[in-house]
Design a protein around this ligand. Structure first.
Ligand SMILES: N=c1c2ncn([C@@H]3O[C@H](COP(=O)(O)OP(=O)(O)OP(=O)(O)O)[C@@H](O)[C@H]3O)c2ncn1[C@@H]1O[C@H](COP(=O)(O)O)[C@@H](O)[C@H]1O
Length: 93
């Protein structure tokens, strides 16, 4: 899981630096951090709805959307996945 997230984060980070045509990440960044933050909220609600009414396949798909948007928000905030892993390790009992 962390390997895939690290790889996706690196791709996202490079899209934010290069802002290439046709990149969904670049189009999100152009709309601003507030827009990305709202997308994270929307995607989280979609995970909840999928879990309550739509079944496992939809939960997987919506969770992937949520993680992607969360990684974009983290990159815009300058938060690296390793810093979150470190916090999780610190809490681990
Ligand atoms: N993992 C993802 C990923 N997950 C979800 N999404 C996009 O997130 C959007 C979620 O759908 P929504 O209906 O909520 O949003 P929408 O209506 O399409 O768009 P909005 O106008 O609401 O923002 C879809 O357009 C998906 O394509 C992703 N877009 C890109 N990636 C990966 O991110 C990397 C960079 O992608 P680009 O920036 O497109 O080059 C690549 O490795 C991609 O595979």
């Amino acid at each position: 899981m962390s390997e895939v997230m690290d790889q996706l984060y690196r791709i996202i980070d490079s899209r934010l630096k290069e802002m290439p045509e046709g990149s969904y990440t670049a189009s999100l960044a152009k709309r601003g951090k507030g827009y990305v933050a709202r997308k994270v909220g929307e995607e989280a609600v979609e995970v909840v709805v999928a879990s309550l009414t739509e079944g496992k396949e939809r939960v997987i798909s919506e969770t992937a959307d949520l993680i992607y948007h969360l990684l974009v928000l983290m990159a815009l905030e300058g938060v690296k996945p390793e810093e979150v892993y470190e916090e999780l390790r610190r809490r681990m009992k």
